[in-house]
Design a protein around this ligand. Structure first.
Ligand SMILES: [Fe+2]
Length: 507
């Protein structure tokens, strides 16, 4: 825990104190969603996604318009209004990171300064909301990403946030993570694992639910292009090694099984000339990674405990994957479920939106070297996935994704989707024509129920019509029923990237 921070349990306990609670709703048991649901909440799901109602000015960057636009105020609020009934078993801290440039311009959705938004929930109430910029070195200096080579503390720390080893850490996948004080989301500083970390650190580490170890990696613009890390439950980095790759490719996510670490080396390739252009004039928008399918695509499987010399590579058709749902091993086969795009940063096709998406299952036979790349869904396949954290690296049945709507001028988010990987069936909550959901973070419910839909999905939802942001809480067993609760956030929450949940008592 960061110096000076308070246990989440203490903050949650305060939810029961007079004058600090949200709306006086009665707790409802899990799955009793409809009985206590007030009419304020949508309960029906259209058969198809609504047509876009979002007006975008194509002459200006889409990431500076509508609810992608940054907010300029840092606020603290209590006594949040709740519509519906917040499950009393949600006791903890929901924190989400986002790209929030403090100026009036930004070269890309990915290149705004990190801002975290946090809500403390407990005992059926929403105790507080606050948002803070991550006080990174470039933020404090007012430099953005435009001065000097990124790395170390020179990171916007704007992609994800996670709790491990007693620290709340934000990451922008470039440079070091930043430690945040969990009591107030203030910034402690860049964290290099007591000097053990010298390169970058992914925004998508994976914590093994059996061991508590966090497995992670970093990719570099210069050699070493890829490094693998293991962090012990106490926060000590116990393992670091280089994985030999021929060039710098953008690797946003990876996966683990009980025995394997899995990387994908895909042809979004670092271009030094473009990087120099970017550093000299970031607003010119020269993305330093470009689509170069001639370099091919491959998936690497190596021992979870380390041993990059034993990595086994599997070639696949050129594609790009930001995010994966989960992975697991079944005998000789390693299975990975991913959100795949036909290309990314392909300036010949588009400027920022990527190619055609699909939900895929990679099956890698480590005995024969065979690989299968099966299409699971092509109609609104979804991205920004989550899964039951108790199933990380273990066979899962369900995954949760964010849907999109057809819009040529922006990434228009839409529905919350539950995908059944056993049957292919989908359960969808469509929030309405003017409302847009974001990453649905799965939070386990009853600790004795290990089903990987026994829990809740937390998603910031924005309504363009009224300018309102809420944190929607859905029962993961029945998305179509609509949220069991919506917590009204007292300011707009821009569409961000990734959230985490810190259970009360864990901090
Ligand atoms: Fe991500």
């Amino acid at each position: 825990m960061g110096a000076g921070s308070l246990p989440i349990a203490a903050m949650v306990a305060a939810c029961n104190r007079g004058g600090e609670t949200g709306s006086p709703t009665s707790p409802v048991p899990r799955n009793s969603t409809t009985a206590a649901l007030p009419t304020l909440l949508p309960t029906t799901t259209p058969a198809t996604a609504p047509a876009t109602t979002l007006a975008i000015d194509p002459s200006r960057p889409w990431w500076l318009q509508g609810n992608y636009a940054p907010v300029m105020d840092e606020i603290d609020a209590t006594e949040l209004v709740i519509r519906g009934a917040l499950p009393p078993e949600l006791n903890g801290y929901y924190v989400k990171n986002s790209s929030n440039p403090p100026g009036s311009d930004s070269p890309h959705w990915f290149f705004g300064d990190g801002m975290v938004h946090g809500l403390v929930l407990g005992n059926g109430a929403a105790q507080s909301y606050r948002n803070r910029w991550v006080r990174t070195e470039p933020y404090v200096a007012g430099l953005g990403f435009g001065k000097g080579a990124p790395g170390g503390g020179n990171s916007q720390s704007n992609v994800s946030v996670f709790w491990h080893g007693g620290k709340l850490l934000s990451s922008g996948e470039v440079g070091f993570p930043y430690e945040l004080n969990i009591a107030d989301l203030s910034t402690v500083g860049a964290w290099d694992y007591a000097g053990a970390l010298t390169g970058s650190f992914t925004a998508h580490p994976k914590t093994d639910p059996a061991t508590g170890r966090m497995h992670a990696f970093g990719y570099g613009f210069t050699a070493p292009f890829l490094e693998y890390y293991i962090i012990e439950p106490d926060g000590t980095m116990s393992h670091r090694e280089t994985i030999a790759t021929p060039r710098s490719t953008m690797i946003h996510d990876f996966q683990i099984t009980e025995t394997d670490a899995i990387f994908w080396d895909l042809p979004v390739v670092f271009d030094l000339d473009l990087a120099i252009q970017y550093i000299n004039d970031p607003l010119a928008g020269a993305m330093p990674y470009q689509w170069k399918p001639e370099f091919g695509s491959r998936i690497g499987v190596m021992p979870l405990a380390g041993g990059a010399d034993r990595i086994q590579w599997f070639d696949i058709d050129p594609c790009y994957v930001f995010h994966s749902v989960n992975a697991f091993r079944r005998g000789d086969e390693v299975i990975v479920d991913v959100c795949r795009m036909t290309s990314m940063f392909d300036t010949a096709v588009n400027d920022s939106l990527g190619g055609e998406p699909s939900l895929r299952r990679w099956t890698l036979n480590t005995a024969t070297g065979a690989v299968a790349d099966d299409v699971l869904e092509t109609v609104n396949p979804g991205d920004l996935p989550s899964r039951d954290p108790r199933r990380v690296g273990r066979e899962h049945r369900f995954g949760y994704l964010t849907g999109t709507r057809e819009n040529a001028h922006t990434v228009e988010l839409g529905a919350v989707i539950k995908h059944d990987f056993a049957s292919g069936a989908r359960d969808v909550w469509e929030p309405g024509p003017t409302r847009h959901a974001t990453e649905p973070l799965f939070v386990p419910g009853d600790a004795t129920d290990l089903s990987d839909d026994a829990g809740w999905l937390l998603s910031f939802v924005h309504d363009d019509a009224v300018g309102e942001s809420v944190l929607a809480v859905l029962d993961a067993t029945d998305l179509a029923a609509g949220p069991v609760a919506e917590i009204v956030v007292p300011q707009r929450v821009p569409y961000g990237f990734h959230a985490t949940w810190v259970e009360a008592g864990d901090s």
